[in-house]
Ligand binder design. Sequence first.
Ligand code: SAM
Length: 286
Amino acid sequence: MSDYQETLYEGYGQRFSIDKMLHEVRTEHQHLVIFENARMGRVMALDGVIQTTEADEFIYHEMLTHVPILAHGLAKRVLIIGGGDGGMLREVTKHRSVEHITMVEIDATVVDMCKQFLPNHSRGAYDDPRLNLVIDDGMRFVATTEEKFDVIISDSTDPIGPGEVLFSENFYEACRRCLNDGGILVTQNGTPFMQLGEVQTTAKRMNGLFSDWHFYQAAVPTYIGGAMTFAWGSTNADYRKLPLETLRQRYAGSGIVTRYYNADIHQAAFALPQYVLEAVHKPSND
Ligand code: SAM
């Protein structure tokens, strides 16, 4: 039995036994592998980095969708950048209040192969009539679209390869332009214990663009190195001050079924460790 060694970090990483290889291809943009692992279920990696596993994807997808959508309270138009495995789309479609979803994914092969080999991720969400699926670079889309959104979710790969541009100042600026008043941008922003510079850089870029910015966290086991941070940017600081009772009512009222998210987790996720707080409030030297 061969192994899959993640190559994200020098000298430190995780290993999966490849119990069954399901698909491997070099797409137009990246190297894609999907395999079966007895413990974590089906696993997808891009360019040597674990993207998602059936076992723990619910944590990441629930936290990047229900936190901004329930904090906003009236989100009708949602934009997903990346997210080719379909898990983010699945969670957004749970919200009956959402009327329109645009998803901009650069790699059509990721969408096609995940539909085929990771069906439990999208679970039919690609057939949702509210979806407008765009195969394009998310940077180009947000820089040129005339559309406006209430919530933008950047579900990108790490800032290497095609994903790098989705951590740029231009990207955050363009997302800000595409947000309706009171809109919220959330992004996958790496694990601060291993990628503290990434969080610092994002903080510096958000600081110049959003009157209210912060981070929130969740521990996703296969995003190794401790809790993962999600960047938060909005012009409405009230969203992060919502009383717990309001969050509980919205969660109950939404009728969504979750396995990780709940109102108490939502509120607690914005509490950050001291080393992360100090880092994000100290200008990075980039
Ligand atoms: N959960 C994963 C993580 O946190 O690393 C991300 C999962 S999802 C598979 C990442 C997606 O971003 C991939 O499908 C990849 O093709 C897409 N992507 C990378 N760069 C992109 C870009 N510039 N525009 C749109 N999609 C992009």
